[in-house]
Design a protein. Structure first.
Length: 381
């Protein structure tokens, strides 16, 4: 495939993002990979973000030629935080005449929408992810976002579901660019001795969810479905990986249903530990919920990462996950509250596991950042 090269007249890309590693989150994962692969294509990239996590900071602060990461230290005053953030963005834009600004996340959305009114000749691109970016419950915040989002020259949505949430309020063109995966990084992090051989008959069913332990990620929906799954597969075990934000709710549900012997909460894991564990699992579960504050899953990149290792997936149909799963080919889209649908999906996957696994791997390769970055480069023109 012919790769899109950098435009000769373009000097710099500035990515303004609400998250960036080592902090967790899909927005940060997206910004990190986009900046890395743009640099590989000889772009000069500056990332402006908040400094939220000190752990693993050294790992993500190693010098990369062509990449400059500006982290705003967290202040006690929220007002001072935003002042320093917007001031940094302003000074960076003013310094460069030929630049494209790409904003990702709610605070960058607001900042970029305002700065577009000042720097009218500079191209501003907005990347929209989940519900809190585009559809908050607070009426004032929703009004501000609906007003400012119209100022952008181009809007990118990571899924069709997210795009539908904003398309009614704006006339700006929305382009769908699903999130990508770093194939080489995933393959470098797995223990190849443990590569799972496709199984025609699964005796010990291993299910897994990777993501922040929270209402939105839907771990409780899997737990509530386990009793009916265990009736068919007595040796079923559910693995939960992620930062334990709402751990008490999960533990309460496990105790209430007497599922302690069927669940393991691993908490946060390193990439190597996570991918090694994932490589021994059978089915990836992502029964995401929409929360009361309007948040929803924007895409579900963890589904694609699991697919790369041959895991079919079962996910919520009313979310951005519907872009990540090809129904009845790489897994199934279900009503996350319907235990019968969930069990039926598992039975159908196991009945034809080899084909589902093969399809999942092929599907995942389409989302390599080597391919996804080309779609962003097209927008810079």
């Amino acid at each position: 495939m012919k790769r899109v090269q950098r435009l000769s007249h373009l000097n710099k890309i500035i990515i303004v993002t609400s998250e960036f590693p080592p902090g967790p989150g899909g927005i940060g994962n997206h910004a990190h990979n986009l900046s890395y692969f743009l640099v590989k294509r000889n772009y000069s990239v500056e990332v402006i973000t908040f400094k939220r996590f000190d752990s693993k900071m050294e790992e993500y602060s190693k010098p990369v030629p062509g990449l400059n990461i500006v982290r705003i230290n967290k202040q006690k005053s929220r007002f001072l935080n935003y002042f320093l953030f917007t001031r940094t963005i302003y000074l960076s834009i003013r310094e460069h005449q030929k630049v494209v600004i790409l904003c990702s996340g709610r605070n960058p959305l607001i900042a970029g929408g305002i700065f577009k009114l000042v720097f009218t000749k500079i191209k501003f691109i907005l990347v929209t992810h989940g519900g809190l970016d585009v559809k908050p419950k607070n009426w004032l915040l929703r009004l501000i976002i609906t007003t400012l989002i119209k100022n952008y020259d181009q809007i990118v949505s990571v899924s069709n579901f997210t795009a539908k949430c904003i398309s009614r309020n704006i006339s700006t063109n929305i382009k769908i660019i699903n999130n990508g995966i770093n194939v080489d990084k995933i393959e470098d992090n797995i223990n190849h001795k443990n590569i799972k051989i496709n199984k025609r008959k699964i005796e010990n069913l291993s299910l897994i969810t990777i993501g922040r332990i929270s209402e939105r990620k839907g771990q409780n929906n899997v737990i509530r479905a386990l009793p009916s799954i265990i009736e068919k597969f007595p040796n079923t075990h559910y693995h939960i990986v992620g930062i334990p934000d709402q751990l008490d709710d999960i533990l309460l549900e496990i105790r209430f249903l007497s599922l302690g012997d069927h669940c393991t909460i691993h908490g946060e894991m390193s990439d190597k530990e996570m991918f090694d564990l994932l490589n021994t699992m059978d089915i990836f579960m992502f029964l995401s919920d929409q929360t009361e504050d309007g948040d929803f899953e924007g895409f579900g990149i963890a589904v694609i990462e699991a697919n790369l290792l041959g895991l079919p997936a079962i996910g919520s149909k009313d979310s951005g996950i519907s872009d990540a799963i090809v129904n009845n080919r790489t897994g199934f889209l279900v009503n996350q509250k319907n235990n019968d649908q969930i069990l039926e999906s598992i039975l159908r996957i196991i009945k034809d596991y080899n084909n589902f696994s093969k399809n999942a791997k092929q599907h995942a390769l389409k989302y390599s950042w080597e391919n996804v970055v080309d779609q962003y480069i097209d927008l810079f023109n």
